[in-house]
Design a protein around this ligand. Structure first.
Ligand code: TXA
Ligand code: MG
Length: 360
């Protein structure tokens, strides 16, 4: 694609300066792309109602047209323009979780260009709670379609610098509102399925969803693959489920087991690799740092192993930091799966192409 100049502008994440918002909003209205922060990850936004603007998103990301986008809104009333009907659970869900990291899959109105949803009859909608995202959507006066602001198959950006590293020369404007607080993408909940189904675990925990929707289920690859005649449709329905979707540029090996087993397995693997002159990075928690120091590996801690919110907030920055430091392999421990731990587990499994190392 043609190389364009990328302008990056710092903006106050709590009280965004109106002139900067207005500039970005004018670009959106003109059919241009704007990178902006949300509470989960940075988004690559365009006017959701303008097919040509939306096409620009796919080109800039290098994303296949078969991968549908999320539409971001700032007011619930926008739901009526984007959907044909609202399932009964919507009201309670939006009351409880909006604005916030929950994306709802709903029946798509013909007003939404088909390209947004990759031709599906459904549309993904969410109301972000980040003040910059809200101000931008309001000022633009149109709903904003936005995937994560990374190149296709790369790690989602949680800082403007991550987005710039992936999209420099491909987008005209980046709003730099500092690091994202949640750090993993939104939870995607399909309300068009017979049973409400989480297609992607994310910033709203499964436990929190279940408190509102007792029957909600988790789409595992198992129950998706089991719909015998529908495998292709299901794959299309949630392309985020491709195991390689969140791949770091270097291989990641995921270790399972007790803390002792994981540490032992990682140390042994690191030793073996260092003997072959490989540069090794390890992704751990604070409690593991001392174990790995002085072992010839690059150590990155995601924080307190008992605080999934903290781990989620640093996960993608950690993967990128090790990648940029030039390691040839990343060895990563596992974390508990409650709360945001489920989304962390999901992203790590994808980065590891589904493979887990465990001492028997
Ligand atoms: O937190 C987030 O969700 C971020 C920020 C920017 O809002 N966005 C994001 O977008 O992660 P993206 O495009 O990277 O991921 C969108 C996910 C994909 O897994 C996609 O398959 C799913 O949402 N999705 C979108 N539309 C869908 C639809 N109509 N049916 C099923 N899944 C859909
Ligand atoms: Mg993405």
């Amino acid at each position: 694609m043609q190389h364009i100049h990328t302008e990056i502008v710092e903006i106050d994440p709590v009280h965004p300066e109106i002139t900067k918002i207005e500039h970005a909003a004018a670009l959106i209205r003109a059919g241009e792309l704007v990178v902006f922060p949300t509470e989960t990850v940075y988004g690559l936004g365009a006017n959701a109602l303008q097919a040509q603007a939306v096409e620009g998103i796919f080109v800039a990301k290098g994303r296949p047209l078969s991968d549908p986008l999320i539409i971001h809104i700032a007011d619930e009333s926008a739901l009526f323009d984007l959907t044909t009907s609202l399932p009964e659970q919507v009201e309670q869900l939006t009351q409880t979780f909006w604005p916030g990291p929950l994306t709802l899959i709903l029946p798509r109105s013909p007003r939404v260009p088909a390209i947004v949803s990759a031709g599906l009859e459904t549309v993904a909608v969410r109301m972000p709670r980040h003040p910059i995202a809200q101000a931008l959507i309001r000022a633009a006066g149109v709903p904003i379609a936005a995937p994560s602001a990374n190149r296709f198959m790369h790690i989602s950006p949680t800082t403007a610098q991550h987005a710039l590293a992936d999209l420099d020369g491909r987008v005209p404007f980046i709003l730099d509102g500092g690091p994202c607080s949640v750090g993993v993408e939104s939870t995607v909940l399909d309300l068009c399925a017979e049973i409400p189904t989480v297609l992607r675990p994310g910033g709203v925990s499964f436990e929190a969803l279940r408190a509102v929707l007792p029957h909600v289920q988790l789409a595992t690859r198992h129950n998706v693959d089991n719909r015998a005649d529908d495998v292709h449709t299901e794959a299309q329905k949630s392309p985020g489920q491709l195991l390689t979707h969140y791949a770091p540029a270097v291989p990641l090996l995921l270790f399972d087991g007790t803390t002792e087993e994981m540490r032992g397995g990682m140390l042994a693997e690191a030793k073996r690799r260092i003997e072959h002159n490989e540069r090794v990075g390890v992704l751990v928690a604070d409690e593991d740092i001392a174990i790995f120091e002085g072992r010839g590996v690059l150590v990155y801690s995601l924080g307190d192993a008992a605080k999934p919110e903290q781990l989620a907030a640093t996960l993608f920055a950690g993967l990128r930091a090790l990648e940029e430091a030039g390691v040839q392999v990343i060895l990563c421990r596992s974390f508990a799966e409650h709360g945001l731990g489920l989304a962390i587990r999901d992203r790590l499994l994808r980065a590891a192409s589904g493979k887990v190392y465990k001492q028997e």
